[in-house]
Design a protein around this ligand. Structure first.
Ligand SMILES: Nc1ncnc2c1ncn2[C@@H]1O[C@H](COP(=O)(O)OP(=O)(O)OP(=O)(O)O)[C@@H](O)[C@H]1O
Length: 357
């Protein structure tokens, strides 16, 4: 990491990117806010990795961001390159991660409306990558879904969108057949390396089995529970202890205080295997029915934008959105929009293209 320590405020990289401040640090390197010297008032995020060998993950991440370029909730790749001691990738500057929003607004427990809204937004971003338009549609499992990897946009209404970041652990679950068609990759047998974050990974990952789309969805559910009211094993740090707590925790205890729709989601995930194509629209519909139950709106501000929990402003804003009115109409239009988008991925066209999924 020494080469990354040398990247400080004011340093100019590739004659274009001027470092403004450090945004975050991870296992692989660091992320900086940079200013584009070729454009007026334009900022971006630069991820830097000390490993310049072919085994480095940043090159894979840059490749994926390029592949994911048409996707709506994915950072755009703006530049990439390497130097003697580090490589870098420049992408869209995004906002804070979901846990940081919650922590900074000092909200002990998110309300059902926020959790369900986040559930739909993050599910959409995950499904994107699994299929063609999002990380699951392109045919990749993310393998590290967690609140720290889900960030909001920064400008205006983009602050209501959730983006998935950090593609350093992705793995393709499709492969091209001789006839050019995509097919599901066979699950590797034997013990796999641990990939993910112990707090959010599925039991499958603890058991060192091959990860599929269902494992991303388990992490999605655990992430939502953690954001909503906290996971029962949130205070544990040892992987084995977390695994023990996860495997013995009854569903009723895990989901205590969560939106009731999570029970169906939990049961559904239990029924999935590596090779099954998850019913993303079914999961989305389950969350949406809960969202309607609590009279949620996609258009209001997020809870963390409304001041401190329990504050008068938040209570007023929430009770406004709970009344029937223009929000219901907006909700309905959004549902119509969603109906247009979601079935696309489930269309016969897609199923024809990807066999055995
Ligand atoms: N495009 C972006 N815009 C703004 N901030 C970002 C962006 N990408 C990453 N960050 C910030 O940098 C942090 C680390 O980024 P990232 O998770 O991609 O790195 P990592 O080295 O893979 O981290 P980890 O080891 O925790 O998975 C994020 O938590 C986030 O706060």
């Amino acid at each position: 990491m020494e080469e990354i320590q040398a990247i400080t405020e004011g340093k100019i990289i590739a004659k274009r990117w001027k470092v403004v401040e450090k945004l975050g640090e991870g296992g692989m390197g660091a992320v900086f806010k940079v200013r584009d010297l070729t454009r007026f008032q334009t900022y971006a995020a630069m991820k830097v990795e000390g490993d310049v060998s072919d085994g480095g993950v940043l090159k894979l991440e840059a490749y994926l961001l390029k592949a994911l370029a048409p996707l709506p909730f994915c950072a755009r790749l703006m530049d990439a390159g390497d130097r003697k001691t580090y490589c870098f990738m420049v992408m869209t500057l995004l906002g804070k991660d979901l846990m940081a929003h919650k922590r900074e607004a000092n909200i002990p427990k998110l309300c059902d409306q926020t959790t369900l809204r986040l559930a739909m937004a993050t599910l959409f971003a995950i499904k994107q990558s699994h299929l063609r338009f999002q990380i699951h549609e392109v045919g990749y499992t993310h393998r590290d879904i967690k609140p720290g990897n889900c960030v909001t946009g920064i400008h205006g209404s983009d602050a209501k969108n959730v983006y998935l970041i950090d593609y350093g652990m992705v793995r393709s679950f499709t492969a091209k057949r001789d006839n050019g068609q995509l097919a599901l990759r066979k699950a590797r047998s034997g013990e796999q390396l641990f990939r993910g974050t112990p707090r959010y990974c599925s039991m499958n990952v603890h058991n060192r089995k091959e990860q599929g789309r269902v494992d991303d969805l388990w992490s999605w559910l655990y992430m939502l529970i953690e954001l909503h009211c906290g996971l029962p094993w949130r205070r544990l740090t040892d992987e084995k202890e977390i695994m023990q707590a996860k495997s013995t925790c009854p569903m009723e205890v895990l989901l205590k205080g969560c939106p009731q729709e999570f029970t169906n989601i939990h049961k559904y995930l239990e029924s999935l295997e590596y090779k099954t194509r998850p019913d993303y629209f079914g999961l989305w519909s389950e969350c949406f029915s809960g969202f309607k139950r609590v009279r949620g709106s996609f258009f209001g501000r997020f809870e963390w934008e409304l001041g401190k929990a329990g504050g008068e402003e938040m209570l007023t804003a929430l009770s406004i959105s709970e009344k029937r009115g223009p929000n219901d109409y907006k909700c309905a239009t959004n549902m119509q929009m969603a109906k247009k988008i979601w079935p696309y991925a489930d269309s016969a066209h897609f199923k024809k293209k990807i066999l055995n999924l």
